[in-house]
Write a protein that binds this ligand. Structure first.
Ligand code: ATP
Length: 516
């Protein structure tokens, strides 16, 4: 199965099993807006909780807030979003499709990188064990030629975007002979800037002065509250403020399912530090956030860092944590050293002092900020895309069966325990209900008595339930039940009275937290 096929199947699976639906589907949907279904919302809540507790519970110097989506319009002038939150866009005149110019160029670079990798793979096969990849990359003429092309285009793109030279961005697209993926033509418009913020009106009078924005990031709600929290919480630098909430961006190219949405959720933490110490904390959070990701056990090799060449207007260092999605390595989280840009700018625009008095140095200063910013929806997609597995199973009679199983980390799964009476009679449903009534206070349980046990297993495999508990006639005699494990499909007979203890260890978020 190609990665593209896998991704299509995953999207269909998300709909069929109540994870993600297209928004307003009965009206043919709203582009790049999605709703989470009955299983999706549970998974999303669990991811959110895992992040929240990793930030606030495990770090005594990090507290949370929940700021409003609407903020004073001056906020977005101060943050630079009114002036500079733009994407360079370009239209193809034949297909009438709109693209982000920088993404077109990045896709072109990725294609050349692919060529290089294929060249390396071919050589690795040819030379076998004696193959020295580093040496090959440094000396092979074709690899060097392609790498030089990439470096040149990358350099030109970064310079053009930084200087806002849109004609040069178009020239790069022309020079690379980039064609529209739909029409195949090179008939491009000029490159223009497009502001990504949604605006609306406050109150009943609709004049310019009442324009407010839907926040494009949650960070600013933290910045404007930093002194409130610092003073009321008696926080000492270094300290952090965490927040989870909706953000809105009028993305030009919204594709790849919930990877790029117009309404999405961010989990952000701003860490306030002494000026001059930001690089130390930037390194610290890069490492710590990577550990959080890897603790989910989805495969360490699926993650990598990507250092930003082109820095945003507020940053003096920035890296992304990228994950290997079915459509390639893509950003899931950004770690940014934002300097004192935001706080100083809010100080200037509001006229209010935002300085911190440091009792250790007896100095007042505007703190520097290191932020970690992760997309909740992208994390959801990352987990599902690595969890989705199709397996062929050989049955006892030699025939082959198939199953789709979501190998979601047990602590994050929407349903933790499925509880089945073997048959709908002989007092088994009553016994199963009794066990469920005892466990439901601690775990998300689901009771099912319809269909054969095999079918019930498949249904729960498909939503990622890690444990199915079956109550049979033996249970009535000795109060033992069978646990069937999702990933191995092995079964184990245990006393019902031990279930809570066994499960607590396997499905609790704290077991994940301990691995960070
Ligand atoms: P991209 O380059 O993919 O547009 P970004 O660099 O603009 O992302 P940030 O502003 O750093 O993203 O936002 C932090 C995180 O928020 C991203 O790493 C991503 O996980 C998430 N995010 C940003 N934009 C979207 C979106 N349109 N849909 C879903 N998640 C998003």
């Amino acid at each position: 199965m190609t990665q593209e096929e896998l991704f299509k199947k995953l999207i269909a699976h998300c709909k069929e099993y109540g994870f993600v639906f297209q928004s307003s589907e009965i009206y043919d949907g709203l582009s790049a807006v999605y709703d989470y279904g009955q299983n999706g919302v549970e998974l999303k809540n669990n991811i959110r909780r895992y992040w929240w507790e990793a930030m606030t519970r495990l770090n005594e110097n990090i507290v949370g807030i929940d700021a409003a989506i609407f903020m004073h319009p001056q906020t977005w002038v101060a943050s630079g979003h009114v002036g500079a939150f733009n994407d360079p866009l370009i239209d193809n005149k034949d297909s009438k499709k709109r693209y982000r110019a920088d993404v077109l160029i990045e896709d072109w670079i990725a294609k050349i990188e692919d060529k290089i990798n294929k060249e390396v793979e071919k050589a690795a096969k040819r030379f076998g064990d004696s193959f020295d990849e580093t040496m090959f990359r440094q000396t092979n003429p074709r690899v060097l030629e392609n790498q030089a092309k990439i470096d040149e285009v990358n350099k030109r793109m970064v310079a053009a975007l930084e200087a806002n030279e849109l004609a040069e961005v178009k020239k790069i697209i022309e020079d690379c002979e980039i064609t529209c993926p739909i029409s195949g033509s090179r008939n491009w418009t000029d490159v223009r800037q497009f502001n990504l913020m949604f605006d609306t009106k406050l109150g009943s009078v609709t004049d310019e002065a009442n324009t407010i924005y839907l926040r494009p990031e949650t960070a600013q709600g933290i910045f404007v509250n930093y002194l409130n929290v610092q003073k009321t919480g008696r926080m000492k630098i270094p300290f952090g403020i965490a927040q989870v909430g909706k953000a809105f961006r009028n993305e030009i190219v919204a594709r790849q399912f919930i990877f790029r949405m117009r309404e999405f959720e961010q989990m952000e933490m701003q860490f306030f530090v002494r000026p001059g110490e930001e690089m130390k904390w930037y390194e610290f959070w890069m490492e710590k956030r990577m550990r959080w990701h890897k603790s989910m056990g989805l495969g360490d090799e699926k993650y990598r860092f990507h250092k930003h060449e082109k820095l945003a207007h507020y940053a003096n260092a920035a890296s992304d944590i990228e994950f290997k999605f079915p459509f390639g390595f893509k950003e899931v989280e950004g770690i940014h050293s934002r300097t004192d840009f935001d706080l100083s700018s809010h100080q200037k625009h509001s006229g209010k002092k935002l300085q911190y008095f440091d009792p250790e140095t007896n100095e007042s200063y505007v703190p520097y900020v290191v932020e970690t910013s992760i997309g909740l929806d992208r994390t959801f997609l990352l987990i599902l895309s690595s969890a989705y597995t199709e397996e062929k199973l050989t049955k006892e009679d030699g025939s082959v069966d198939e199953r789709v199983v979501l190998k979601i980390p047990a602590a994050l799964a929407p349903v933790k325990l499925a509880i089945f009476p073997l048959v709908k009679k002989d007092g088994l449903p009553e016994m199963a209900r009794k066990i469920m009534d005892d466990l439901k206070f601690d775990f998300a349980c689901q009771y099912e008595e319809k269909d054969t046990i095999g079918k019930r297993y498949r249904r729960h495999d498909a939503i990622g339930t890690p444990f199915c508990i079956t109550i049979d006639h033996q249970t009535l005699e000795d109060e033992t039940v069978t646990i069937r494990y999702r990933d191995t499909m092995e079964q184990e007979r245990v006393p019902a009275s031990k279930l809570r203890e066994i499960m607590a260890e396997k499905v609790s978020i704290s077991s994940l937290l301990k691995q960070i």
